[in-house]
Design a protein around this ligand. Sequence first.
Ligand SMILES: *[C@@H]1O[C@H](CO)[C@@H](O)[C@H](O)[C@H]1NC(C)=O
Ligand SMILES: *[C@@H]1O[C@H](CO)[C@@H](O)[C@H](O)[C@H]1NC(C)=O
Length: 340
Amino acid sequence: MTENICIIGSGNWGSTAAKIIGTNVTSYEEFNDKVYMWVHQEPIKDQNLTDIINTKHENVKYLPGVKLPENIIANSNLLECIEDATVIVFVIPPQFLKGVLRQMVGHIRLDAKAISLIKGLDSSFSNIRFFSEIIHELLNIDVSVMSGANVASEVAAENFCETTIGTLVPKNGKLFEKLFSTSYLKVTIVNDIIGVELCGALKHILGIAAGIVDGLNLGGNSKAAVVRIGLMEIIQFAKIFYPEVQKETFYESCGIAEMISLYYAGRNRMLGESFVKTGKPFSQLEHEMLNGQILQGPITIQKVHNYLVHKERIREFPFFDAIYQITYESAPANTIFKNI
Ligand SMILES: *[C@@H]1O[C@H](CO)[C@@H](O)[C@H](O)[C@H]1NC(C)=O
Ligand SMILES: *[C@@H]1O[C@H](CO)[C@@H](O)[C@H](O)[C@H]1NC(C)=O
């Protein structure tokens, strides 16, 4: 059977994934060389983004300066992209996921399988849902996840890094490893989806916390404390609510390595720092600094806090609580370590 790949998304991480996948599919018989990339159409000067990608083989807007393989076919028609797909790679901003999934229902192959590269979570007060669960519920297909210390521009520059794929179906794990593994991206497979998702989502909170510490000019020791205390609360969260999560997962790239990368990189960190230095609310900073792009940090802080309050477990998470109090309840930034 030939596997047909479709990548849903074309931002900087999506384009980086396309670069890797487009190259690797050509090394294996089992993959169709033609890889579709669904692109949310937008005009760039007098051309459409899809046309630019298909002629220049570069995503000039979201991953400028990086050549994409010529077998990546950009298409803005979602149903054309997914029609024959047996492997669907989700790499879009979380707020667009449900809308895209609804359009896909009833239009995908029954033997399709998916992998989600989306980091974050969806929740109401009483319930947390990870994006892999939402994809599975709506499309009724197997979903794996991939997460790790993978800043897109650095992966695109072929600087060495590691990543973690969580899957419950070993055969799919092998398949995704073939798609993503390169000399500069080392893939580790774990039999644990929720552990990988949990790290990918909760690290957004720590990104803001790292920024708060930078805003206070506290230096490296304090930032290391953010990483350690934050990881302990993530592990605590798993222990209470997801006892099936394997503790080894926290030692993988999606766990400890991702938390360490908060040290220097990331837009949440930048947002947290500006929040402390300017006193402006997140929404205003997102508007001013990020062209209105919505980051997952502020949303995740709020959702996790609401959930913990609802479950009457907030007292067991003094660090998450402090971050919430600072960002949403006007507590002074220097109270970040107060209850540790
Ligand atoms: C995937 O492609 C890269 C080049 O980008 C190559 O180094 C690597 O060996 C390929 N991986 C596999 C498993 O073929
Ligand atoms: C861009 O795409 C739209 C719809 O897909 C089409 O109507 C329009 O003519 C395209 N523009 C250019 C410059 O090709």
